[in-house]
Ligand binder design. Structure first.
Ligand code: BTN
Length: 247
């Protein structure tokens, strides 16, 4: 169910175009070697050298997941990716809330999840994934990119990595869907997500978009994906995505 295209504007845009033309199944996936208009969160451009990395968009039809619990998709996708990539490098891979994949203070992979809701349920979920695999030089103003090759010093097999991640995501999804009534399983996925977070322990510097700076530690990430930080004063503050900046 993987469709390969050499060049495209964006695999997520192409997936959306195909979805409006025909009924595509859960697990349908488009991958490309190069994107002319690859995009990230907000209006960010996604830099990726032709033929060096992984760029793909996967369609999920998460029929069992209520819209109010959509953050669990972020949890399974991020965990599926780090578990697959961890086999390729010794350095620890972490998840920078909500869904960036980091090694140290550098970004190895970006994820853009776009859900179309139908009332209280999720009709379709487009998971766009860009992973820096064999690129050695980054030229855009992306703040802190890094590739697998820069970390392990060798050329890595893109197809093998794609296959592992693709299967992993679908496996995590099936496991969750099959056990949707079992709160222990949802809870343990959440623990796994929390345990793999970037800056999971200790105090670090944050700021608000308005420029208010503070030191805080991660307290919890709620069911809607909101981040609660504990300030040194003991005060707890909760943020939605983009409401807090990691300094
Ligand atoms: C981010 O970190 O800002 C998210 C980046 C997501 C990039 C991927 S590459 C494949 C898919 N197609 C896109 O245009 N974007 C996603």
């Amino acid at each position: 169910m993987m469709q390969y295209i050499k060049n495209i504007d964006s695999t997520s845009t192409e997936l959306r175009r195909r979805m409006s033309a025909e009924e595509l199944p859960h697990g349908y996936c488009i991958s490309a070697d190069f994107q002319t208009a690859g995009h990230g969160q907000a209006t960010n451009h996604w830099e990726s050298e032709d033929g060096k990395n992984l760029l793909f968009s996967l369609l999920l039809r998460p029929t069992v997941i209520p819209a109010s619990e959509q953050f669990v998709i972020t949890e399974i996708v991020t965990l599926a990716i780090i578990n697959a990539l961890q086999d390729y490098i010794r350095q620890r891979i972490t998840i920078k809330w909500p869904n960036d994949i980091y090694v140290g203070d550098k970004k190895l992979c970006g994820i853009l999840i776009e859900n179309a809701l139908c009332g209280p349920t999720i009709d379709t979920c487009i998971v766009g994934i860009g992973i820096n695999i064999n690129q050695e030089l980054f030229t855009s103003n992306a703040p802190n990119p890094i590739s697998l090759k820069q970390l392990n010093g060798r050329d890595n097999d893109r197809e093998e990595i794609f296959e592992e991640i693709y299967q992993n995501i679908l496996r995590y999804y099936d496991y969750l869907a099959d056990n949707w009534q079992n709160d222990d399983i949802k809870q343990s996925l959440h623990y796994e997500y929390m345990n793999n977070l970037y800056r999971r322990v200790g105090y670090h510097n944050y700021s608000t978009p308005e420029g208010e700076k503070f030191s805080a530690e991660i307290e919890e990430i709620g069911p809607q994906g909101h981040l609660t930080l504990r300030l040194q004063s003991g005060e707890l503050r909760t943020f939605a995505f983009k409401e807090v900046i990691f300094l």
